[in-house]
Design a protein around this ligand. Structure first.
Ligand SMILES: Nc1ncnc2c1ncn2[C@@H]1O[C@H](COP(=O)(O)OP(=O)(O)OP(=O)(O)O)[C@@H](O)[C@H]1O
Ligand SMILES: [Mg+2]
Length: 374
């Protein structure tokens, strides 16, 4: 799939912007603080209805305006779709082909994006919460059922935590109600675990091939789903549910004492093993970088496998961070199949022989203009 057109209104430092893009490589050039990341972010927000940089949607509205609007036309093999997202103090509204999409599940997946930014190195080194957020965002784009199970899991988790807190404070006594919530949570939790385990297995296969190529066969990357539920039960939703229920039964008093839910996929993590060792702990900076790159590139393949379409790739300041070998690898991996947007302050660092006839856009003080020629 690719983004054919984009129109912004009052988005960050853009009062308005309009562009038609190449289905292949689009380069955004500009000095610091001109709006390159803002433009990539707007594409990300159009796809996912939320920013990767901020939890506060109001930040996306141009200073002094009362709404921000993003319009995009997406083309895929099965046809086109017009997407619109409007953000205002009243909240967010999404439209597909001029029809209101009141539920996220009706909107998500119309435009699939993968963003790779320098902070993605944190995927390897950062907190488990960051990795959970990563897999939830990515898998949620690929699978509507994953998204549905996850949102039900979260809603029951919230209720159960609130109820455990009430029990601890002796504001409630009914343990039968706790059992009801526990059973529901185990059910949704088992489904979330199984879906994650399946998708991680496939992602791991793709990532291992890519990683081995980048490292010229010297290193083997493996992804491991780290969960309190025993590994043998990971890929089977019913088995994972049973194991989760057993954990809740065994540690009921601990949960009552602490007044919160201590088990379940909201506590799980992903480990990246290079030659069988956790690369977050033992890996060099370069190995961590290669791992993050391999995982991101694996996502492209996984997305294609799950949805039948390649996603749109957003590369923010990434090329300058990679050495020539990794740059070449990245660009050959996406060549001719994945629409890519990349930002840079200068074309100097970019391997010109690889980017053939990119569309080049200049970004200056919130104004986007297409440049003719290379
Ligand atoms: N809501 C907003 N309204 C108006 N301007 C904003 C808003 N949010 C951010 N900006 C401005 O956008 C500019 C930053 O844009 P952006 O992050 O896209 O820069 P960039 O071109 O990616 O720069 P760099 O090369 O440093 O990464 C800042 O000058 C900031 O003040
Ligand atoms: Mg930037």
């Amino acid at each position: 799939m690719y983004l054919q057109k984009l129109q912004l209104r009052n988005y960050r430092n853009y009062e308005q912007a309009f562009a038609e893009f190449s289905p292949q490589i689009n380069v955004l050039i500009g000095s610091n603080a001109q709006g390159k990341t803002n433009l990539l972010e707007s594409i990300y927000v159009l796809a996912l209805t939320r920013s990767h940089r901020s939890n506060n949607d109001r930040e996306l509205i141009r200073f002094g305006s009362d709404f921000a609007r993003i319009d995009g036309r997406v083309l895929r093999s099965s046809g086109g779709a017009d997407l619109r997202l409007v953000i205002s103090a009243a909240g967010k509204r999404a439209r597909v082909n001029n029809l209101e999409a009141p539920r996220l599940s009706q909107y998500l997946g119309k435009l699939n994006v993968i963003l790779f930014a320098p902070e993605d190195l944190n995927l390897v080194k950062g907190s488990p919460a960051l990795r959970r957020r990563f897999i939830d965002m990515e898998f949620g784009q690929m699978s509507a059922s994953y998204l549905a199970n996850l949102s039900q899991y979260r809603s029951v988790l919230k209720q159960r935590n609130a109820y455990l807190k009430q029990l601890r404070l002796h504001q409630a006594k009914d343990l039968v109600y706790l059992d009801v919530l526990t059973e529901q949570l185990s059910g949704f939790g088992g489904k979330v675990i199984a879906a994650r385990a399946h998708l991680l297995q496939d992602m791991g296969k793709f990532a291992a091939v890519i990683h081995s190529e980048i490292s010229h066969g010297a290193e083997h990357l493996a992804l491991r789903y780290a969960s309190q539920v025993p590994e043998a039960a990971h890929t089977d939703a019913a088995a994972a549910t049973t194991e989760l229920a057993a954990l809740f039964a065994k540690h009921r008093q601990r949960e009552l004492d602490q007044g919160t839910t201590l088990f379940g996929p909201h506590r799980d993590d992903v480990q990246f093993l290079v030659n069988d060792r956790d690369v977050a702990v033992y890996g060099s900076q370069g190995q961590q970088r290669t791992t993050a790159l391999a995982v991101k590139l694996a996502e492209i393949d996984l997305m294609k496998q799950e949805t039948g379409e390649y996603p749109v790739l957003l590369l923010d300041d990434v090329l300058s961070e990679l050495d020539d070998k990794r740059q070449t690898h990245l660009l050959t991996a996406i060549q001719d199949k994945v629409q890519t947007f990349l930002t840079t302050t200068s074309l100097d660092g970019i391997a010109r022989e690889i980017i053939q006839q990119p569309a080049i856009f200049n970004v200056h003080a919130g104004v986007l203009t297409k440049q003719d020629g290379f």
